[in-house]
Design a protein around this ligand. Structure first.
Ligand SMILES: [Zn+2]
Length: 230
């Protein structure tokens, strides 16, 4: 008899019914990908099973504690991949439709070691965007995450006098609050001899990267935001 083998993908509170015993109302389930006889992942999102912790433990022949720890670690890894994908989109989606020269300036500006190696900036940008979009569209442990330039938010970045980031703040939608924030930020920048920059990005962490890279193609970074929110 072939023992079913699984790989734990992560943990989700989107599915609350155990796919093994049918128990409902679970707080969360463990996402399990079936593995083939050689131990390769054997399928797509449709093949993923969602088991309660105790059924997952039985299926794997593990303790529940080991299942919980492994699922948490796997989910943390997925979250990190998501964060990386958001950075790639925040950095490269603005120049996706820019002339090759602009793309090259941004790509090589961030990947100096790849300059003159034959690596083509346009191809790399396209590849990284495709991978990032696929990562955020993956629904194996939850709904798809925002990935379009329309989903970008604005962040106010205060630079120190040494040109390192002092603070990153989400820009509020409300106009009065926005003006208040801008005034306070200008005052703070003045105090520390720094400067203020507003950038658009998918999240707080990505905003830092965009702030450091915007000078590579200011026109296109700003254009993406304007086109998406016109
Ligand atoms: Zn169960």
């Amino acid at each position: 008899m072939r023992i079913p083998k699984w790989k734990i993908l992560g943990v989700t509170d989107d599915f609350t019914e155990c796919g093994c015993c049918g128990r409902r109302g679970l707080k969360r389930t463990v996402a399990l990908m079936p593995l083939d006889a050689e131990g390769n992942e054997d399928g797509t999102a449709e093949e993923v099973a969602y088991y309660g912790t105790s059924c997952a433990a039985t299926a794997l022949g593990w303790t529940q504690g080991k299942v919980t720890d492994t699922a948490r670690a796997a989910q943390a890894e997925r979250d990190q991949r998501d964060a990386y994908a958001r950075r790639m989109i925040s950095l490269y989606a603005p120049v996706e439709f820019a002339p090759v020269r602009e793309k090259a300036r941004v790509f090589y500006g961030r990947n100096r070691s790849l300059r003159h190696t034959g690596v083509k900036a346009s191809e790399e940008v396209a590849k990284r965007l495709a991978e990032a979009r696929a990562t955020l569209a993956d629904t194996m442990t939850g709904p798809a995450r925002p990935s379009r330039t329309e989903d970008f938010c604005r962040y106010l970045v205060i630079f120190s006098s040494e040109q390192s980031i002092h603070r990153v703040l989400r820009v509020p939608n409300d106009k009065a609050a926005r003006e208040e924030q801008a005034t306070a930020a200008a005052r703070r920048a003045d105090q520390i001899g720094g400067s203020v920059l507003v950038v658009a990005a998918l999240d707080h962490e990505s905003a830092r990267d965009v702030a450091y890279s915007r000078h590579l193609s200011p026109e296109w970074f700003d254009k993406a935001w304007q086109a998406a929110h016109a």
